[in-house]
Design a protein around this ligand. Structure first.
Ligand code: PCP
Length: 382
């Protein structure tokens, strides 16, 4: 039994490359052309850098040096997030998988970052791995976690990432019992003590009615989840206000409000005064990839960038108080009061620094705090 998933050995051999790199290799070999180059990865967007862990595994063993920003690092338009130094033929075909690892993971991390930036101190849970190929579930949850979500729902995160997975209950549980009450009580009886008792309250009756049923029949209540379908959503805010009112007049203003289903940044901004936890699916797990490109910017020490790109091996220097960046040629005099962001991760094919998920998340959350302190939230939510 095997799924249609490219196996790791083939990815490592560069089989998942674009065909034109196969021709390129053949032509350059045939004509004995193999220049020493510097190739850098850039995009015209901003985002949170992720996916370097897999790039290091991919490139390990190739006779190249690789410098990169650490994962979790904010990058701004046209800044190199990574560059490779080596003979072009030694890494030509790896452009496709290298970009694939970075584009996908950075896209997810960036959307997670925006969701958490919008939510402030309210919780964001990554609920959307069902929208993606299951072989990528752990990668997606890792990227979302680096971007700053407070929890992830995919169970594989426990085996592959060593972090807990969280969730509430599906409509299928309630439908299987045929009774909201029976399903809620059975859930409360059976699941581990440390699991939050968050009851789904939108299966058959409206959210207010089912929430009242919960508070009148369950003892341990941590929250209610409204996954209201778009056909019934109408004024979602008013529905949530009604639920909170009914909980409050029954002395249960402590019960958390959890919402999910097609959530956007606007929903988070508009509802975070009422909602405690946002279960965000497609927006994060189905995030558009960051459109990184890999371009040769130096050949045999000469500046050779194509139109639209800037020549030369570069460093990005950051003022950590203002998040202002400055780009300079790598070997130029560094500016004072700023720290260089790109550092060596591979030296002549040997990984000299691993890329750690928790450190990446800490960096992203540190940058999020600075954005808040600088009152630049709007700018980063565009
Ligand atoms: C979905 C399920 C996922 C959410 C919504 C995916 O609800 O709860 O966690 O979020 P998205 O819409 O932003 O991608 P249902 O499809 O109703 O699934 P369930 O009955 O299991 O809650």
């Amino acid at each position: 039994m095997s799924f249609l998933v490219v196996d790791e050995d083939d990815i490592k051999k560069g089989i998942t490359t674009d065909k034109y790199f196969i021709w390129t290799e053949r032509v350059l070999k045939e004509k004995n052309v193999n220049p020493r180059v510097v190739a850098e990865v850039t995009t015209s967007n901003w985002g949170v850098f992720a996916g370097l862990n897999d790039v290091l595994e991919l490139m390990e063993g190739l006779p190249v040096d690789i410098y990169a920003m650490p994962e979790g690092c904010l990058f701004h338009p046209y800044e190199p997030v990574l560059f490779i130094e080596g003979n072009y033929l030694d890494f030509a075909r790896y452009e496709t998988p290298l970009l694939g690892f970075l584009c996908h993971a950075s896209g997810v991390a960036t959307e997670a970052f925006k969701a958490k930036l919008a939510a402030g101190d309210k919780r964001i849970l990554s609920f959307g791995t069902r929208r993606q190929h299951p072989a990528l579930a752990a990668m997606i949850e890792r990227a979302a976690y680096i971007g700053g979500v407070d929890g992830v729902s995919n169970f594989s995160a426990e085996k592959y990432l060593g972090i807990n997975s969280v969730g509430t209950m599906p409509h299928a549980l309630i439908i299987s019992f045929g009774s909201q009450l029976e399903a809620w009580k059975s859930f409360d009886e059976v699941v581990d003590d440390e699991v939050s008792r968050i009851y789904l309250v939108d299966t058959y009756y409206d959210e207010k009615t089912e929430s009242i049923l919960v508070v009148e029949n369950l003892k341990r209540i941590d929250g209610v989840r409204l996954d209201t379908p778009s056909t019934r959503r109408g004024n979602f805010r008013r529905i949530i206000e009604e639920v909170k009112w009914e909980l409050g007049i029954r002395g249960r203003q402590d019960v958390k409000i959890v919402i999910s289903g097609g959530l956007s940044i606007e929903d988070i901004l508009n509802l975070k005064d009422l909602v405690d936890v946002f279960g965000v699916g497609t927006m994060i797990a189905g995030a558009r990839p960051i459109d990184f490109a890999l371009d040769i910017v130096e050949k045999e020490g000469r500046f050779v960038a194509k139109r639209g790109k800037r020549g030369g091996k570069k460093q990005v220097y950051r003022n950590w108080d203002t998040l202002e960046d400055e780009m300079r040629l790598f070997d130029a005099e560094p500016p004072s009061g700023k720290e260089g962001l790109l550092r060596k991760f591979i030296e002549n094919g040997k990984i000299v620094e691993k890329s750690d998920m928790e450190r990446a998340r800490e960096l992203a959350l540190r940058e999020m705090e600075i954005i808040r302190r600088l009152d630049k939230i709007e700018e980063y939510l565009k």
